[in-house]
Design a protein around this ligand. Structure first.
Ligand code: ARG
Length: 454
């Protein structure tokens, strides 16, 4: 296949150099966007009488044929074309002759690739919204199922205060909702059209950039041709969105891994989402969750690679930018894979209400409630806090709990204590009392579910 940049060169590109230079294996997935972009460009060239109406029509129908053939598998994207843009142009010229050679009038691969990539990523964002939405719904359904399942909430991985398992799951709903809005936001900002920026300085033909921008569903053309061909902020933003979402998924995965352990046994994953060991017959391992946690590092790495790629680049296009696609594709692919597996894994898991309740009943998880009880009797919180701390230490010395400690002992510490203290530190009562907005009680879980409006 002839290079699109023949003329100035007296030699073929070295074979190793060609392989190094080619991006076709990576960018061939943008074939549809490349063809749609070219159709819009050709139609505009015809409308502006930069090329003849007949040539424009021949180009558009030639491109339609190529698109249909790639879709059907009749045309396979392979060979030594440098990239998807060269591949499509060469194929077009092979099919329709000279008219195909007019397609690139007033255009460069620099504005073309930036346009293709934005179009492609815009679609991928749609997939990610849908997957995030599915995960949010799944978590919300689980949260509803366990809206009254008491568990210990943790700080420093130490038992802290009782709350509902549903409340814990809804915390992740909020994170994924923000992730979704981050993608929406980034994708809105990305939706401007670089086409017509040319190689870097625009075109000498009377091109209509508003027209191509409209045809391709962009909000408007990019304002500065140099920015249009060198900007990769949209990749940086999307990679950051992916990284943050992966960080959230990784935290959730980590908790699932902990909860599945024998030490916790709060959660049981469905057999369809767990694996066994080749040696130890008793094992049921949370591999999917571990892979999600593991893959987060890979996305963060790609994100860093993208930042490093752009940071030293003088304007405008430099070939370094070709590296953008492998990185951002991998970020999006990895996030999608993780979301695809996370939702059904969570949908099918069960939680052990008894185990969680038992864990919540241990570890002085009602100590704050006891202090709050004294506050209700008029004691300043800091004084109550100290007093309860002393009581906990006493219990630890005697190997007992706050619930079991006799009233007589309590009264050694404060006259304010009466029989009613036992009701105040009862586990169910403690869990039910956290009714403040966004708190850990069942009522709050149900209110949060209402607010999600799923
Ligand atoms: N394959 C190239 C890329 O992905 C397309 C743009 C090439 N432009 C150029 N001036 N060499 O960035």
């Amino acid at each position: 296949m002839d290079k699109i940049w023949t003329g100035r060169f007296s030699k073929e590109l070295d074979e190793t150099a060609a392989r190094f230079n080619n991006s076709l294996p990576v960018d061939k997935r943008m074939y549809r966007q490349d063809i749609l972009g070219s159709m819009a460009h050709a139609a505009m060239l015809g409308q502006q009488e930069i090329i003849s109406e007949e040539d424009a029509e021949a180009i558009v129908s030639g491109l339609e044929g190529i698109l249909a053939d790639i879709d059907s598998g009749a045309l396979v994207i392979e060979g030594n074309a440098e990239d998807i843009h060269s591949f499509v142009e060469a194929e077009l010229t092979a099919r329709i002759g000279d008219a195909g050679r007019r397609l690139h009038t007033g255009r460069s691969r620099n504005d073309q690739v930036a346009t293709d990539l934005r179009l492609y990523l815009r679609e991928r964002c749609e997939d990610i919204y849908a997957l995030l939405e599915e995960l949010i719904r799944t978590l919300a359904r689980k949260a509803e199922e366990y809206s009254d399942a008491i568990m210990p909430g943790y700080t420093h991985l130490q038992r802290a205060q009782p709350l509902m398992f549903g409340h814990h799951l809804l915390a992740y709903c909020q994170m994924f909702l923000r992730d979704r809005s981050r993608f929406l936001d980034a994708s809105r900002r990305m939706n401007r059209c670089p086409l017509g920026a040319g190689a870097l300085a625009g075109a000498t033909f009377p091109i209509d950039r508003d027209l191509t921008s409209d045809m391709l569903g962009f909000d408007e053309p990019c304002s500065n041709s140099m920015d249009a061909v060198s900007d990769r902020d949209f990749c940086l933003e999307l990679a950051s969105c992916c990284s943050i979402a992966m960080a959230h998924l990784s935290r959730l995965a980590e908790e699932l891994i902990l909860w599945c352990s024998w030490e916790f046994r709060f959660v049981n994953l469905d057999d369809a989402f767990a694996t066994g060991s080749s040696m130890m017959p008793q094992k049921k391992n949370p591999d999917m969750a571990e892979l999600i946690r593991g893959k987060s590092g890979r996305v963060f790495g790609r994100n860093m690679a993208l930042l490093t790629m752009v940071k030293g680049l003088p304007l405008t296009y430099n070939k370094d930018l070709q590296e953008d696609k492998e990185a951002i594709f991998d970020c999006m692919d990895t996030l999608e894979d993780c979301l695809r597996v996370a939702a059904p894994m969570i949908a099918t898991m069960t939680a052990d209400r008894q185990r969680m309740r038992q864990a919540a009943a241990e570890g002085f998880i009602n100590a704050t409630d006891l202090a709050d009880h004294l506050v209700g009797k008029g004691l300043p919180f800091r004084t109550a806090y100290k007093l309860v701390g002393e009581l906990v230490a006493r219990c630890e010395q005697e190997g007992t709990t706050l619930e079991q400690l006799p009233l007589a002992v309590y009264r050694e510490y404060s006259e304010l204590f009466g029989e009613d203290l036992y009701a105040a530190i009862d586990l169910d009562a403690c869990a039910a009392k956290r009714q403040s907005l966004g708190g850990g009680s069942k009522e709050s879980v149900l209110a949060q579910l209402q607010e999600l409006k799923l």
